[in-house]
Design a protein around this ligand. Structure first.
Ligand code: G6P
Length: 369
């Protein structure tokens, strides 16, 4: 096992560090920037299904559901296709309206999650075309779906998902870009801009990983907090949810993720000088709005840990701690902003003496209801 950990103390940390490679492996051979094409057999062979779809329904659980939320924003923004994201466990039991004109995308690292599998079967019965995004080759979900695209993250051992999340977003981004191009929403210049930026992502994730020593220092300050709030807007809202999920999964600290603007409808009541608030405040996407949210937290004496874009000035003046990640296109920011949040939960869990790779009560894949 020590050999498998490759010199890291835990699988989770190893997997966090594998992300530049995992993302690269996921788009390698698919993204051909020079030729200006994205090649994905499962999509190319079924393009008509996607182009004629009334809407896309995404079903997933846990971290994969968060990747689905990011995908919703990307699909609607780039490809102008209506998307709904559902917890598989709710979808399967609520008598949903599904027709043969719908495309269902199931996202699952393991490909074995019982609720997601059952949601697929239901959608197929109703005639929908079902596309899978799985990491485990030959898994039940990969076999049950009509077509799909694998993430090439490699085996994920840590129960708390990390590299599966970023590679799922990578695959779904490629899919959205293909659809945007095929629908004519994207001209080739814009398409090319995305392809070249995607090629920069592994190096930028590498740079985001350099925040590790700083994140460890911040973790030390907040490791004994009983609660933590995570806020983000737009593309960083699902990142806030995922950051909170990571913290509660492995450190057992109660954490909540919220859309930053929604804070005033509840969580703001919790803010005092004891409440750490992680705010994702990158330069693109509602920056001024999030700065004003940060001011609201500060005036209530909350402790602000901000994830910002390199070179940020405004948030730095307000926050107690700033963690910088490289700049990228707005749609791709989750691939970078999620990195320091994974590291933060990791270090806090280690400092609290928790079993990081095998947290209590959790399973890597939930194959029962
Ligand atoms: C479990 C795991 C999570 C994972 C979720 C969905 O809860 O602990 O890390 O996100 O299942 O799993 P899946 O394999 O379907 O992505």
């Amino acid at each position: 096992e020590e050999i498998e950990k490759g010199g890291f103390d835990h699988f989770m940390l190893k997997e966090i560090y594998e992300q530049p490679r995992a993302i690269l492996d996921t788009y390698r051979g698919r993204l051909l920037a020079k030729e200006g094409i994205i090649r994905m057999a499962g999509i190319d062979q079924n393009m008509e299904k996607f182009l004629n779809a009334n809407r896309i329904i995404i079903v997933a659980c846990g971290t994969s559901w968060h990747a689905g939320l990011v995908a919703e924003y990307i699909f609607e923004d780039l490809a102008r296709i209506p998307v709904e994201v559902e917890y598989a466990s709710e979808f399967r039991y609520r008598n949903p309206v599904v027709t043969e004109n719908d495309v269902l995308i199931a996202i699952s690292q393991s490909g074995e999650t019982a609720d997601t599998l059952a949601a697929i079967k239901l959608a197929k019965e109703k005639g929908a075309f079902v596309f899978g995004v799985c990491n485990v080759v030959g898994s039940s979900i990969a076999r049950e779906t009509d077509a799909g695209a694998y993430t090439h993250a490699g085996p994920e051992i840590g129960v708390a998902s990390t590299k599966a999340f970023t590679t799922q977003i990578t695959v779904l981004t490629l899919l959205a870009l293909k659809l945007a191009k095929a629908k004519g929403v994207f001209n080739s210049t814009r398409f090319h801009e995305y392809l070249t930026e995607l090629e920069q992502i592994p190096a930028k994730v590498e740079r985001a990983l350099l925040t590790n020593p700083l994140v460890e220092i911040i973790a030390k300050v907040y490791k004994d907090s009983p609660n933590c709030l995570y806020l983000g807007r737009g593309y960083n809202f699902p990142v806030a949810l995922e950051g909170a999920l990571k913290l509660k999964e492995i450190s057992y600290i109660h954490a909540e993720g919220y859309p930053a603007a929604e804070m005033k409808h509840g969580p703001i009541a919790l803010i005092d000088e004891h409440m750490p608030v992680v705010v994702i405040a990158t330069s693109k996407g509602h920056y001024e709005k999030i700065v004003s949210n940060i001011q609201e937290i500060k005036s209530r004496k909350g402790k602000i840990i901000a994830v910002v874009t390199e070179g940020d000035v405004q948030v730095r003046e307000l926050a107690d701690h700033v963690i910088e990640v490289p700049e990228t296109l707005e749609n791709l920011t989750p691939l970078l902003t999620t990195i320091p949040l994974q590291l933060l939960s990791y270090h806090i869990a280690v400092m609290r003496g928790c079993n990081v790779d095998q947290p209590r009560n959790l399973a890597k894949s939930v194959t029962v209801e």
